[in-house]
Design a binder for this molecule. Structure first.
Ligand SMILES: [Zn+2]
Length: 322
């Protein structure tokens, strides 16, 4: 989870890396945006307070950049700030938003921009509700609300090259991303996590359609395809970053995790040590760690460790595969 100190760090020492960039000329933006959206997003305008129905809507859903469509906020982080602008306590992921000092109008504020296309969104202030204490004060014109059938699961079971390769093969799974979660520092690098000092685990973020595969089935497959009884270890990989962990984003997920762990204990001789932890943030790993198995099937680690795991998974869960 980002806090104000992290935002200050981004402003002063550089923003998190965007997954992708969208760059257009002013003329190109003008051609695809309404004049109102262009004024706010490309010319740093501000809409009138209470001008948008989005302020008082708290239905579930995701919010995307009005210019480039990148997902920026989850409706679960939206709160009623009473300001007349839609307000959120946290971006959908740490790299979604970029931050700049804004000294216009004789004020000192921190501007929030879309990391992908530099659209002006609004400002971020340190007077939001706990636990983040942040208030992303947004222009409704900068955002489009999207209804989505997808949910996310964040799971760790040792090296993420392995877990990613397994979950990618499942029906109902839309995307699998490798990253870090469960530790203390914002935006860690692979090298920092490997030191074992950040407290993060190597995890995958699985975006899935619950109409096709349930969260509980994902957990059952997770617990069947790594060893959840070895503390801080998977085979030859030893360290807290390799611990077995389920990061839950709400109480429903927590109840499901507790239920599946209790149920799966019956098939293990030794106690399951899988940690259930509240998800605070998922940090995407560097691009060279995404799709590692697909890109490097000939690597020694892939052949010695991932191939046998995948073979076991394919046998056990043949009917669940794409
Ligand atoms: Zn954008």
């Amino acid at each position: 989870m980002l806090k104000y100190i992290d935002v200050l760090k981004f402003v002063n020492h550089g923003n998190p890396v965007a997954r992708q960039r969208v760059v257009k000329t002013p003329e190109e933006w003008r051609a695809v945006l309404s004049p109102e959206v262009y004024e706010v997003t490309r010319l740093k305008g501000t809409e009138r307070a209470y001008s948008a129905a989005m302020c008082s809507s708290f239905e579930p859903g995701l919010y995307a950049c009005a210019c480039c469509g990148t997902l920026l906020f989850d409706g679960r982080e939206k709160f009623d700030s009473g300001t007349g602008w839609p307000s959120f306590t946290q971006p959908i992921e740490p790299g979604a938003i970029a931050y700049e000092n804004d000294r216009s109008y004789g004020m000192r504020r921190i501007e929030a921009l879309c990391s992908t296309c530099d659209a002006h969104l609004g400002h971020v202030f340190p007077d939001g509700p706990p636990p983040s204490g942040l208030r992303y004060c947004m222009n409704a014109l900068s955002l489009n609300k999207i209804e989505t059938p997808f949910e996310k699961a964040v799971l760790g079971g040792g090296c993420f090259w392995c877990t990613e390769a397994i979950f990618k093969e499942l029906k109902g799974v839309e995307t699998v991303e490798s990253g870090f979660s469960g530790g203390a520092i914002a935006n860690p690098t692979y090298r920092e996590v490997c030191s074992g000092r950040t407290g993060h685990a190597e995890v995958v973020q699985v975006t899935f359609n619950p109409a096709e595969i349930t969260y509980e089935d994902l957990l059952r497959i997770h617990l069947s395809t790594h060893n959840p009884t070895t503390p801080n270890q998977q085979g030859a990989d030893v360290g807290t970053q390799y611990r077995s962990i389920i990061l839950v984003s709400n109480n429903d997920q927590r109840r499901s995790a507790e239920k599946v762990l209790a149920e799966m204990q019956a098939i293990f001789d030794r106690p399951i040590v899988t940690e259930i932890k509240q998800l605070e943030a998922f940090y995407l790993a560097e691009s060279e760690h995404q799709d590692f198995y697909l890109k490097h099937p000939e690597e020694g680690y892939c052949q010695a460790v991932i191939d046998p795991k995948l073979a076991k998974f394919r046998m056990l869960f043949a009917t669940s595969r794409k």
